[in-house]
Write a protein that binds this ligand. Structure first.
Ligand SMILES: NC(=O)c1ccc[n+]([C@@H]2O[C@H](COP(=O)([O-])OP(=O)(O)OC[C@H]3O[C@@H](n4cnc5c(N)ncnc54)[C@H](OP(=O)(O)O)[C@@H]3O)[C@@H](O)[C@H]2O)c1
Ligand SMILES: *[C@@H]1O[C@H](CO)[C@@H](O)[C@H](O)[C@H]1NC(C)=O
Length: 341
């Protein structure tokens, strides 16, 4: 048996001292790279705070939130109002909007609210004209593109109802593009603003049985990052926010856990981490702000890759399982004569 010293001596006589130094350098660079990535992820997720929201607009400026009346959008509305932004609340149901507006005004004196009930699935040009008129004279500092629709339950693409397919694209894609075109020009003229769009692990990782939703969120991922590069020189920051599961009506999960925050915890993390790309494994224009989601994003991306076949298969199995359980639940409820949701 040769000692390691002899082994190195043999190699070095084979590749020469220059080759050996090159290897050593390569090793050091690789090590430093991994070290810096881990350092960047941990400091972003656990220590650093993101851009102060005041940079986007003074007290009395406005934030517009779509899908504002429930879940994550409702939390954005409440927390932005608490930080001194007036809020424009947009979602489907007038009564829910009115209740939330009242709650915000009574909790935070001096904060103003405006509401607009519109159904993004209808894609009605009149609704967009109403929205344009509503925000025309406002100093809009923050836009939260939160409204979104997923499949009711995981479903094979070939069995997806046409209505569900159309609505997912119309709400997630058309709605986000149109609202942004209405709001962003004012931000550009004021040379400040934040455009934050809700992405998803479903868009980060190709997701079987949620194929249309997955594609729509992947669209937003690329669109948002591209837009961010365009608007940077105008002083407008654009961020895509990646979330894994969060308790809400959409996820149909009620109990929070380490991997599944409440909207409150998720939104708090988001508003505190604007601009920290270390949270999203270095992805430009993207944050995965909740700590456990951020660690998962980092692990998948750095250790396997988001387009890795093993990850895809695991995702396939996971969503096949969710579909099976959802179908069984439907059967049980049908047997009990409950309304099918
Ligand atoms: N929950 C998760 O696990 C999760 C994970 C990653 C990403 N996301 C994304 O986060 C965003 C918000 O999801 P969420 O879980 O908070 O959903 P949610 O609890 O179901 O709330 C949806 C909100 O959007 C409104 N809305 C729904 N359809 C609408 C339409 N056609 N037109 C106008 N408003 C509409 C709802 O208004 P009404 O109450 O009046 O219907 C409600 O205020 C979505 O973009 C979703 O893709 C969610
Ligand atoms: C969504 O936008 C595309 C491109 O502008 C358009 O062709 C399509 O008709 C829109 N979808 C709906 C349902 O309006």
């Amino acid at each position: 048996m040769t000692s390691s010293g002899e082994f190195i001596a043999k190699i070095s006589s084979f590749i020469g001292p220059i080759g050996l130094s090159a290897f050593a350098l390569l090793g050091a660079v690789t090590f430093l790279n991994v070290y810096l990535k881990i350092f960047s992820a941990f400091s972003s997720l656990f220590i650093l705070s993101g851009t102060n929201l005041r940079k986007f607009g003074p007290k009395g400026s406005w934030a517009l939130i779509t899908g504002a009346s429930d879940g994550i959008g409702k939390e954005f509305s409440l927390q932005l109002a608490a930080k001194g932004f007036n809020v424009v609340l947009v979602s489907r149901t007038q009564s829910k909007l009115a209740t939330l507006a009242q709650e915000i005004e009574s909790k935070h004196s001096g904060i103003e609210t405006k509401v607009l009930a519109m159904d993004f699935a209808k894609n009605d040009p009149l609704d967009y004209e109403r929205l344009r008129a509503l925000v025309k004279d406002l100093d809009l500092a923050i836009l939260i593109n939160n409204v979104g629709k997923s499949h009711n339950i995981p479903v094979p693409f070939l069995e997806t109802a046409e209505k569900e397919m159309d609505e997912i694209i119309t709400i997630n894609v058309n709605g986000t593009l149109k609202v942004t075109q209405i709001v962003a020009p004012g931000m550009v003229s004021r040379k400040r603003g934040l455009i934050l769009t809700m992405g998803s692990f479903g868009g980060l990782l190709p997701t079987p049985f949620l194929a249309t939703y997955s594609g729509s969120k992947a669209f937003l991922q690329h669109w948002s990052t591209a837009l961010g590069a365009e608007l940077r020189r105008d002083g407008v920051q654009v961020q895509l926010v990646v979330g894994y599961l969060i308790t809400s009506a959409m996820s149909k999960i009620r109990r929070p856990s380490m991997m599944i925050p409440t909207p409150k915890g998720f939104v708090k993390a988001t508003l505190g981490k604007i601009g920290l790309k270390g949270t999203a494994a270095g992805m430009e224009g993207t944050i995965t702000p909740y700590w456990s989601h951020g660690l998962m994003h980092w692990g998948v991306q750095e250790l396997l890759g988001i387009w890795n076949g093993l990850v895809l298969n695991r995702n396939l199995g996971m969503h096949a399982g969710i579909r099976k359980r959802a179908l069984r639940k439907r059967e049980r409820e049908a047997a009990q004569g409950k309304k099918i949701t």
